[in-house]
Structures are given as structure tokens and as C-alpha cells.
Design a protein around this ligand. Structure first.
Ligand SMILES: Cc1cc2nc3c(=O)[nH]c(=O)nc-3n(C[C@H](O)[C@H](O)[C@H](O)COP(=O)(O)OP(=O)(O)OC[C@H]3O[C@@H](n4cnc5c(N)ncnc54)[C@H](O)[C@@H]3O)c2cc1C
Length: 463
């Protein structure tokens, strides 16, 4: 791609019109400012615009369009493929738009487009309220919701996006538009699953749910050799789990946490993570998993923000990761055998398989009600090759790729774009299904015909 000429004067003009901060490679803060969550991504934008308000977002977007720079939009910076930072382009950063206000009577929250989940939970939980959030508290809210939003509370309360009442977006033409059931309903349909393709979300309004002072949660941890039988037990469990209970089946190294007996520190094994707002229902439900004989367990009532942060440290900002994912119907014998063969090959260290149990309230929303695809899946399987030192990279990437490739023929053929790496258009079409993808492409053509917002899981305008 030809280098875009950009004069110092043009950048100065942007600074003049801007309430936030504009950073360029000459600034001391530049190296810190260009970092994103995935430590494997190292890109050097020409301009990073830290917006202070919605007008700044419009100003930065107009600057980007005028100058011809490629535009990346960043909130929490957790795009696995690094879509929120771009070499030689413009990063529009919303992180400072992180205000959260709660109306406890109406059980509603209004959230800034740059907020992260710890800020939402921090505002709602003191009122005994919550909305389904991501599994890690430092991920951004807007991009997660626009892609769908899977989390610990989803089988009871639905996806994060199922709880979205309205959103305000700066669309590619610079207009501020509201999307809700009564305003721009096509846009509202598209942004509940179609990702950041349709505009920059500056404000989101959510329906909240009562959560109580604590939720029942934690994990049961099993030896690697228990895997195949555990997955057979888990498959039956998953078919009858009450909606109040959401679980994850994982394969990972046990952390050196106080609740882990010392002999298991850093040892790999299978884990089932359980979260439920209803202790009695959850204790009954997990009986077969307890009876199966974990090496150890830590299940107890705990504050919801604590459960939310269980994965925070193992997936801290700067983690170097290569990530693949597929949707599956269930743990069939073939799936179990393939999973077990691949977990056995996991490189020592922080790599992990995380399988999210779907269903419950997610599956009860009609498939065509929103753009999100995956409501009929039994689980979402993710194979994350993670490394610390550069010479461990190849093995971690090869493990993740090999795992995903060997399970692909047993999968439903698509994935959840938010929890995928760099994907081809064919794979995105397979993920949404042809009909849904075509509808998304028509809406993209209406709101972003020039594909200004293309650094994402990109839906190509239908020209
Ligand atoms: C450690 C980790 C845990 C995760 N856990 C979950 C989970 O539990 N559930 C889940 O559903 N997903 C999860 N994800 C995936 C996550 O939803 C996506 O990575 C999401 O894009 C993160 O949002 P962000 O603001 O942090 O990302 P960013 O990297 O800032 O943005 C990602 C993409 O969204 C676009 N975007 C960013 N902000 C906006 C905005 N305000 N308006 C419009 N578009 C925008 C960008 O253009 C970019 O393409 C996880 C990812 C990671 C790395």
C-alpha cells in the first residue's frame, strides 16, 4: 500500500479541534500508547487520537477519512487479531469515554463506548444488579457487546447484546445515530452480533438483572487421564443443566493459587468452571461432576466481581497468544477423542483450551432476532496457544492451529468472530450463514459503503 503523505500541519489542525490527546511517533508516550492486549502484536500507527468525548470521535473520524489513513478503533484493545491498532494508520481510542451510570429503579445502565467490564460491574453490583459481561474484567464493553457477548451469566440472562436496549454510534458519514428497537432498527439488528462494522459506539444502554450479594461459583479440577470419562459425564450434565447455571470446560495448568494444593501447582488438567446466581440449583446440578472425583475443588458463594476476575491474571494485558475457535453441537465420542489427543500435546506453560457452554437463555432467542450466530451451538471451543519467550512461539502457534484443524471436521463449521483470530471472508460467511451474512452486507452498504470500518471481522459491503 502506498504511504499516505501527512503533514505536521494537518496533525496540528486535528490537535486544535480536539479536546483529548493526539499522540504521534515523536511523543514520549507513543510506545505505551500503541500497545494492545495481545503482546504478539507490534504495530506503529501514524496518529493515535485519545478521544475525550463524542465530538472528538467525530473529529478524529473526519480527519482519518480526509487524510486517507486506515482507521482502527480501540476501546479495551483486546482484539485477538490486533484489529485495533494499525501500521501507518490512525487509531481512534475511546478508552476515556468510560463513564457508567446506573438507574437502580429502572434496572438500567448507561455505559460509555470506551468502558471496560470492571467499570460496569463496579457501578452495577453495589446496587445488586448485573448484566452478562465477558469472562475477563479488562476487556472492552462495546466491541464485546457488538459481537454478541458471551459470559458467565449468559445461560440465565442471555448474551450481553440480548440485554442491549439502545446504542449511540458515530457512523462512517460522521453522523451520530441511535440504534434501538424503534430507531434505525436495521442498525440495531446488525450491531447485536455484527461487530464494529457499522460505526463507533459511544454509548450503550443495558437492561440489568438482580444478582444478589454473592453468586455461587468456582471450579472443579481433574487429572488429565480423567479427561475422556469426564467429558462423557459433562456431556450428559450439559444436556440437562438448568439455565441458572453456566459452565466452562477447560484444559489448563493449575495456578499457584491458595485454593490449589501445592502438588498441583502448574500441573495441567481438565477444569470445570461453574457460575450461578442460585446456589441451591447449582449445588444440585453439579453433583455428578463432584461425584466423578475431582483432584480438588473450590466452589463457594463469592462476590460476582471476584468470579468475573478468575481468568484476569492468566490472560493479563501483554499476553502473547495465537487463538482459534469453533462451535460444536456436543461432546460426541469423536470430539472427545480429538480433544483428548490434542490436550495431551499442549506445550508446558500458559496455553489453554477453554470451551464455553452455550444454550439456556441464549438458545431461546429466535436466531433471526439479532445478527449473532451460534444460538444453537452446544459449546464454543477455543484453543489458545500462549507463550512467554520468543523461542516458545512456534510450538504454541502450531499446537493451537493443529488443535483447531483436527477438530474442524467435527465442528458446526463456523465460529464466534469476537473470539477468533484473523479470519477469511469464507469463514465469516460460514459463521453467520449465507442469509445472515447477506443481510449484514446490505446493512453495511447502507451505513458504511466505503468500508471505512474494515479493521475488524470484516463484513464487506454488497456492491
Ligand atoms: C482475554 C480475552 C477475553 C475475552 N473474553 C471474552 C468473553 O468472555 N466474551 C466475549 O464475548 N468476548 C470475549 N473476548 C473477545 C472480545 O469480545 C473481543 O476481543 C472484543 O473485541 C474486545 O473488545 P475491546 O474493546 O477490548 O477490543 P478492541 O481491540 O479495542 O476492539 C476490537 C474491535 O472492535 C472494534 N471496536 C472497538 N471499540 C469499538 C467501539 N466503541 N465501537 C465500535 N467498534 C469498536 C475495533 O474496531 C476492533 O475491530 C475476549 C478477548 C480476550 C483477549
Amino acid at each position: 500500500m502506498a504511504q499516505i503523505r501527512l503533514s505536521e500541519r494537518e496533525v496540528e489542525h486535528l490537535r486544535d479541534d480536539f479536546s483529548g490527546t493526539v499522540i504521534t511517533p515523536d511523543d514520549q508516550a507513543y510506545d505505551e500508547a500503541r500497545k494492545v492486549w495481545n503482546g504478539d502484536i507490534d504495530r506503529s500507527p501514524r496518529v493515535i487520537a485519545f478521544c475525550a468525548n463524542t465530538k472528538d470521535v467525530q473529529t478524529a473520524l473526519a480527519f482519518g477519512r480526509r487524510s486517507g489513513l486506515q482507521i482502527a478503533v480501540r476501546s479495551g484493545g483486546h482484539s485477538l487479531a490486533g484489529h485495533s491498532v494499525v501500521d501507518d494508520g490512525l487509531v481512534i481510542d475511546l478508552r476515556r469515554l468510560n463513564q457508567v451510570s446506573v438507574d437502580p429503579e429502572a434496572r438500567r445502565a448507561v455505559v460509555g463506548g470506551g468502558a471496560i467490564w470492571s467499570e460496569v460491574d463496579g457501578a452495577t453490583v453495589p446496587h445488586g444488579l448485573a448484566v452478562t459481561g465477558g469472562h475477563v474484567t479488562h476487556t472492552g464493553v462495546a466491541a464485546l457487546v457488538l459481537g454478541g457477548g458471551v459470559g458467565h451469566l449468559m445461560r440465565g440472562f442471555g448474551l450481553s447484546s440480548d440485554n442491549l436496549i439502545s446504542a449511540e454510534l458515530v457512523t462512517a458519514d460522521g453522523q451520530l445515530r441511535e440504534a434501538s428497537a424503534s430507531k434505525n432498527d436495521d442498525l440495531f439488528w446488525a450491531i447485536r452480533g455484527g461487530g464494529g462494522n457499522f460505526g463507533i459506539a459511544t454509548r450503550l444502554e443495558f437492561q440489568l438483572h438482580p444478582i444478589g450479594e454473592t453468586v455461587f461459583g468456582g471450579l472443579l479440577f481433574y487429572a488429565p487421564e480423567q479427561g475422556p470419562d469426564l467429558m462423557r459425564v459433562y456431556n450428559q450434565f450439559a444436556k440437562s443443566t438448568p439455565d441458572e447455571v453456566t459452565t466452562i470446560l477447560a484444559y489448563l495448568a493449575a495456578p499457584p493459587a491458595p485454593f490449589v494444593p501445592e502438588q498441583y501447582h502448574f500441573k495441567p488438567g481438565y477444569a470445570v468452571v461453574v457460575v450461578s446466581p442460585d446456589q441451591e440449583v447449582a449445588e444440585n446440578a453439579v453433583k455428578p461432576l463432584r461425584d466423578f472425583g475431582p483432584l480438588f475443588e473450590m466452589l463457594a458463594p463469592m462476590p460476582y466481581p471476584f468470579v468475573q476476575s478468575l481468568f484476569d491474571e492468566s490472560l493479563a494485558p501483554g499476553t502473547k497468544v495465537y487463538w482459534k475457535s469453533h462451535y460444536f453441537a456436543e461432546y460426541s465420542d469423536d470430539v472427545i477423542a480429538a480433544i483428548h489427543a490434542n490436550t495431551a500435546k499442549m506445550p508446558a506453560g500458559p496455553s489453554q483450551m477453554i470451551n464455553l457452554q452455550m444454550g439456556g437463555a441464549v438458545a431461546r432467542v429466535p436466531d433471526d432476532a439479532t445478527a449473532f450466530a451460534g444460538r444453537s451451538a452446544g459449546f464454543l471451543g477455543m484453543f489458545s496457544g500462549i507463550w512467554e519467550e520468543a523461542d516458545e512461539r512456534d510450538a504454541a502457534v502450531a499446537w493451537s492451529k493443529g488443535f483447531a484443524d483436527s477438530l474442524a471436521p467435527l465442528s458446526l463449521g463456523g465460529t464466534y468472530p469476537n473470539l477468533a483470530g484473523e479470519e477469511s471472508e469464507e469463514r465469516l460467511i460460514a459463521s453467520y450463514g449465507r442469509e445472515k451474512y447477506a443481510r449484514l452486507a446490505r446493512i453495511k452498504t447502507k451505513y458504511d459503503p466505503d468500508n471505512v470500518f474494515r479493521l475488524n471481522q470484516n463484513i464487506v459491503p454488497a456492491h
